[in-house]
Design a protein around this ligand. Structure first.
Ligand SMILES: [Zn+2]
Length: 294
């Protein structure tokens, strides 16, 4: 079986879930003197030649602002949640940072960014509206008024290639949203709705956006996508009829591309039929997997 490594999946972080249950874990690790720290002002961490620039955790940061990411190479790793933190945005600086990081550092950054952004957007209890407080070393929040506990959420998104034909006649469907950079096409995608299965969402999105009917769906890989909190679930869906009916609200264009065309696009050839998404996007992994026979 092919080994797939989508972006943001290569973290070497030990999440130490059991350690987080200890209410004194943060002060104890701070006192131990060998914890490491990285600050993310505006979600942009410092980097050096080795990647993420971890520094020794000194006593300067208030303990109640520290978030325990986990351990790497045995050492506790912290980031900081400033009291005035704002929700994260994607910026050219952040996307170019991600391109420059190693796969393992990008995944660790994704965890840190996702956690901080969740706290920034969930300062109040969703049940009673009272300000909530960080708990579990930064992996949950607690409402001191109604005692409800809140946990970071992950929003599932299906992303899929429709596949028509077989052998040399096999082709997959790629589409283009108006906001994409010029020339780019990608797999179609959409959020799972309440009460829906992965297969149901794949079939619904393909029909809504491109008018094609899935007859068989296979899972390929998944990826946490920290912009802000998606889980991308990549699938390939067989279709028997290749007639496209575009939903112009979602897509500007969609086209069938054969294996040679996908391979040319992945290789960045000038004659390629389209430009692929960046390599850290799971659409890139999905196109690569299909080109190699998944
Ligand atoms: Zn509450």
């Amino acid at each position: 079986m092919m080994v797939l490594s989508p972006g943001f999946t290569a973290s070497v972080l030990d999440r130490v879930e059991t350690e987080r249950l200890d209410p004194d874990i943060v002060p104890r690790l701070v006192a131990s003197g060998d914890a490491l720290f990285i600050d993310l002002p505006d979600y942009l961490p410092a980097t050096d030649a080795a990647g993420l620039a971890w520094t020794a955790l000194d006593g300067a940061t208030p303990v109640n602002e520290l978030v325990l990411l986990g351990r790497i190479a045995g050492k506790a790793r912290f980031t900081r949640l400033p009291a005035d933190i704002q929700g994260a945005r994607r910026s050219p600086a952040i996307m170019s940072l991600i391109e420059s990081l190693s796969a393992t550092d990008a995944a660790t950054y994704g965890v840190a960014r996702g956690l901080l952004d969740w706290h920034a957007r969930h300062k109040f209890c969703a049940y009673c509206g009272h300000p909530s407080e960080m708990m579990r070393a930064g992996w949950a929040r607690h409402c001191p008024s109604c005692q409800t506990e809140h946990y970071p959420r992950t929003d599932p998104v299906v992303i899929m290639l429709a596949e028509h034909g077989s052998g040399d006649a096999a082709r997959v469907l790629v589409g283009r949203q108006p906001m994409f950079p010029p020339g780019r096409y990608s797999a179609l995608a959409g959020f799972l709705e309440v009460g829906e299965s992965i297969e149901g969402a794949v079939a619904r999105e393909l029909f809504e956006e491109a008018g094609v009917r899935a007859t068989r769906i296979r899972y390929v890989a998944s990826q946490p996508w920290p912009f802000p909190s998606q889980l991308m679930i990549a699938c390939i869906a067989r279709v028997e009829d290749d007639t496209i009916t575009l939903d112009r609200n979602e897509l500007e264009d969609a086209r069938w591309v054969d294996r040679a065309g996908i391979a040319a696009a992945l290789a960045g050839e000038e004659s390629a039929p389209f430009l692929t998404p960046p390599s850290y996007a799971i659409a890139h992994t999905l196109l690569t997997a299909w080109a190699e026979g998944a």
